[in-house]
Design a protein around this ligand. Structure first.
Ligand code: SF4
Length: 443
């Protein structure tokens, strides 16, 4: 039997693509393994959104070449995803252990053909190799850091669309994934129903800009899709990632309010900057005032809502004053969490030609200030949950022996209990609140 290992970088959309590949290969009678050393086929799903992710990927390929391939000459490696789209030649040139590079814009049917060809080839090569080398094959290096899949909550990650038409001036995604394309609502709903029947308790609808979704057959939009998902029978939660403020409507929030048992009262709403000048330079096409109005809708329609955001610090042209404007929005909104990034220039993007006006020290100072402010706010927001009874979904057992669960708002809660609770909804009373999580007891 051919064993495959999937290494996934980047967002949950990539996780969803990897999950689809896993299903396809399992259907070809292959087995997924959770360590590179056990695999005959390694598929690396890449992310180009930040320079750091790209560096990590290249050093990972180097490691595969030096430590894995050397012990398993027949090993096949496939690179897919965003970096594969625009660095195909470089990958082939630098890494002779890579057998196939498949870009994010290419026809998926080609990937399927290559995968099935590789499986046939591997089956015969593996047999020959093992019969000739049975005496001198001493086993593979055991690399640290790779773990076996634990017993975990079953999740359904569903790409409802791919690509993006927005061309934010700092973002490489429209160049790597191509134009926006929504998938059929009928097929999406069918897949979710299957996953729920197979035991999934959490469904995440994914896309670069989920709220611009449009069913290619009927033309219906995101809030209608959300409502159809909520009507599927079963006990499960639904999340979505990420909406774009330019397409946020009250209808989405109203549907969420109508199905509180299914649709999580959680929105990740990417602000990026609290300065209208910087938002314009980023080509975000909304203003801070419009964003704040949407936050008001959220808090009015869904009083228990959890809101998180993304902030880019030191975008070219950002002055101290612009940064202070961002800090003021952070204080006014009181997000439950933020994902802060220092701007990094990416190839092909419009912002690449803009002058970087900020020293490294200043960038670090700004991001640290932002992180510190948000940590205090998150702690205060979490403290409001002290003594409350919350419904949570149990995910897995952690190394510290406790169970990890999450609230609808994606806030981590640790509790004691046995493994049978994994994958169940339970109620916990919050007994301690901390900066990044809560401690609770079962009620
Ligand atoms: S909305 Fe902007 S940031 Fe998000 S994927 Fe599209 S271009 Fe990139």
């Amino acid at each position: 039997m051919i064993k495959f290992f999937l290494k996934t970088y980047g967002c949950q959309a990539n996780e969803a693509d990897s999950a689809a590949i896993s299903i396809y290969l399992t259907g070809l009678n292959c087995k997924e393994v959770y360590s590179e050393t056990e695999a005959d086929l390694i598929i690396v799903n890449t992310c180009a959104i930040r320079e750091k992710a790209e560096e990590k990927f290249f050093s990972y390929l180097g490691m595969l070449n030096k430590k894995i391939k050397v012990n398993k000459p027949y090993l096949k490696t496939i690179v897919i995803g965003c970096i594969a789209t625009y660095k195909k030649d470089e990958i082939y040139k630098r890494f002779d252990n890579v057998n196939f590079v498949f870009g994010a814009k290419e026809d998926l049917n080609n990937l399927k053909v290559v995968l099935s060809d590789f499986i046939v080839e591997l089956e015969s090569i593996k047999n020959i190799y093992h019969s000739e080398n049975s005496k001198r094959d001493t086993g593979f290096l055991n690399l640290g850091g790779f773990k076996t899949a634990p017993k975990e909550l079953k999740r359904s990650l569903i790409n409802i669309m791919t690509g993006c038409n927005n061309y934010c001036s700092y973002c490489i995604v429209p160049f790597t994934k191509g134009r926006e394309k929504s998938f059929s609502a009928f097929q999406i709903l069918q897949k979710i129903e299957q996953d729920i029947k197979a035991g999934a308790k959490e469904v995440t609808l994914l896309g670069q800009n989920v709220n611009s979704y449009k069913d290619p057959e009927s033309g219906t939009g995101f809030f209608e899709l959300l409502e159809s998902v909520a009507k599927i029978e079963g006990e499960f939660w639904v999340r979505f990632l990420s909406p774009h403020p330019k397409d946020m409507t009250k209808e989405v929030l109203q549907v969420m309010a109508r199905y509180p048992e299914k649709l999580c009262a959680y929105v990740h709403h990417p602000l990026q900057s609290g300065s209208n000048k910087i938002l314009q330079a980023m080509n975000r096409t909304y203003t801070v005032e419009q964003f704040l109005e949407q936050i008001d809708w959220m808090k009015t329609i869904l009083p228990e809502i959890t809101i998180t955001t993304d902030i880019i610090v030191a975008f070219p042209g950002e002055t101290n004053q612009n940064f202070e404007q961002t800090m003021r929005v952070i204080e006014a909104v009181r997000f439950d969490g933020i994902f802060p990034f220092i701007y990094s220039a990416r190839k092909y993007t419009k912002a690449l030609s803009l002058k970087d006006n900020c020293s490294k020290d200043e960038k670090i100072k700004r991001i640290n200030e932002l992180i510190k402010k948000q940590q205090d706010i998150t702690f205060e927001q979490n403290s409001l949950k002290m003594g409350k009874v919350l419904r949570v979904l149990v995910e897995k057992r952690m190394a510290n022996g406790r169970l990890l669960a999450r609230t609808q708002g994606n806030i981590r809660v640790f509790l004691d209990g046995d493994d049978s609770l994994i994958g169940s909804f339970v109620h916990v009373k919050v007994e301690k609140t901390r900066r990044s999580d809560l401690l609770g007891v079962l009620v």
